[in-house]
Design a binder for this molecule. Sequence first.
Ligand code: G3H
Ligand code: 13P
Ligand code: ZN
Length: 354
Amino acid sequence: MLNLQSQRFLDRLFFKYNKIMAVSYKDLGLVNTREMFKRAINGGYAIPAFNFNNMEQLQAIIKASSELKSPVILQVSKGARNYANQTLLRYMAQGAVEYAKELGCARPEIVLHLDHGDSFEICKSCVDFGFSSVMIDGSALPYEENIALTKKVVDYAHQFDVSVEGELGVLAGVEDDVVAEVSHYTKPEEVIDFATRTGVDSLAISIGTSHGAYKFKPEQCTRDPKTGKLVPPPLAFDVLDAVMDKLPGFPIVLHGSSSVPQEYVDMINENGGKLPDAVGIPEEQLRKASKSAVCKINIDSDSRLAFTAAVRKVFADKPGEFDPRKFCGPARDEMEKMYKHKIVDVLASDNKLA
Ligand code: G3H
Ligand code: 13P
Ligand code: ZN
């Protein structure tokens, strides 16, 4: 059996032979999540974790976070990694650090994070490719298997000072290839054992958020009598409180936290789209969560909605337009506006750079 150091040496040779260079995130100017999470918990705010797949999303995220002096987590899902190419992603993240400096952040705090890693191999590959943080999502596995897999990732990642997020409890919705019909709240009685035995740096929990733009079925919601719009059930803050009682001061993560802004849903539907009854998490509840040990909040769908709304509007207003800059540009501006709103009004992470 090879120990981890010998394995790492062989991996380096493999990378070299294949003309791929393993790299440390520190050489790319990135940081891990540890210090920023500590400060966020003590300061009563949360770090935005925005997913990206393309240049316009990355530009908008960096512009918003740099101008507002917010630390930021750039999240890459397995699907995004396949879409954008992992080598290109590494250089895009490095470019993001330089761009943030150009925008006036002398010392930007940018994390490159794998979202919903589903195997040891993908987490290891991301560590070797310059990610500063990885999530190993064993939440769909039996408890003991989740512990074993998460611990294996932690043991590898911590050698390189890469932080690791684990997950307990199941969110409804789509997580890459995993589709869960119903959510299962995290069991507070499991969290001490899980955190201790795995050594994870942060824990994603399930308290009623879910992935995508359809977080709740209409029958799970009530209707606002004035507007007729769907009102989702409240998050299970009692479960969050019980988790925080068991693990005081431990970094907690919320996935599935897009609010699905009605203005974007309307803009999409008014311009040829079809998103009936899309519903998200009310921002007041996310604001409340940000003041607790919840120190990372994941937002992806809202960026997709902002992008699509802006693009559909350009196409509807100017059917002759065919220069991608003329519709990707407005999409980028709309995403930047949305990210800034989240940073200032929901997560309160502005002006929090070290
Ligand atoms: O958690 C799911 C994220 O929104 C990523 O979605 O797997 O379609 O890139 P994706
Ligand atoms: P949303 O689908 O609510 O944006 O959630 C994103 C997420 O949790 C990424 O891991
Ligand atoms: Zn997620």
